[in-house]
Design a protein around this ligand. Sequence first.
Ligand SMILES: Cc1cc2nc3c(=O)[nH]c(=O)nc-3n(C[C@H](O)[C@H](O)[C@H](O)COP(=O)(O)O)c2cc1C
Length: 136
Amino acid sequence: MYQLCYASCATSDGEKLLEDLRNTLKEARDFNVRHQITGVLYFADGYFFQCLEGDKADLDVLCEMIKKDNRHKGFTLFEYKPIEKQHFVDWSMKYVKRNSVIQQYMRDHGFELFRPKLLQLNQVDELVLLLADIKD
Ligand SMILES: Cc1cc2nc3c(=O)[nH]c(=O)nc-3n(C[C@H](O)[C@H](O)[C@H](O)COP(=O)(O)O)c2cc1C
């Protein structure tokens, strides 16, 4: 079992962004269910953070698809590592939108806006745990 975390920047805004997000989640849930991939997608202040968990071969394929997607840019991989247990077992793709717990976490680390690329690796792990705890 592997975990992959990355951040990226949305390429649209307003109505187009909402439509892109809806389509992305639908595609993500279909593919992820078929490949037993679970995870979370967080979006705020123009930035995506996604954590994906599953078999490495499936994650390799998915990661290449996601990198090429022009609905976002500036794909920055944080971690791609073996894990003992999945954090999002009930979720093919949990979606969390702008959330006060996450905003506070960023503020505590000196960022007014959600800027995932500025986090250290241990903070990325903490972010994953916070996202796993958020009730939908
Ligand atoms: C921020 C973001 C996250 C995505 N997450 C997933 C995902 O978890 N699973 C997935 O299948 N597709 C995800 N996608 C969509 C893929 O990049 C891809 O467009 C989709 O799987 C369809 O690929 P295809 O047109 O090559 O079949 C994501 C796209 C974006 C922009």
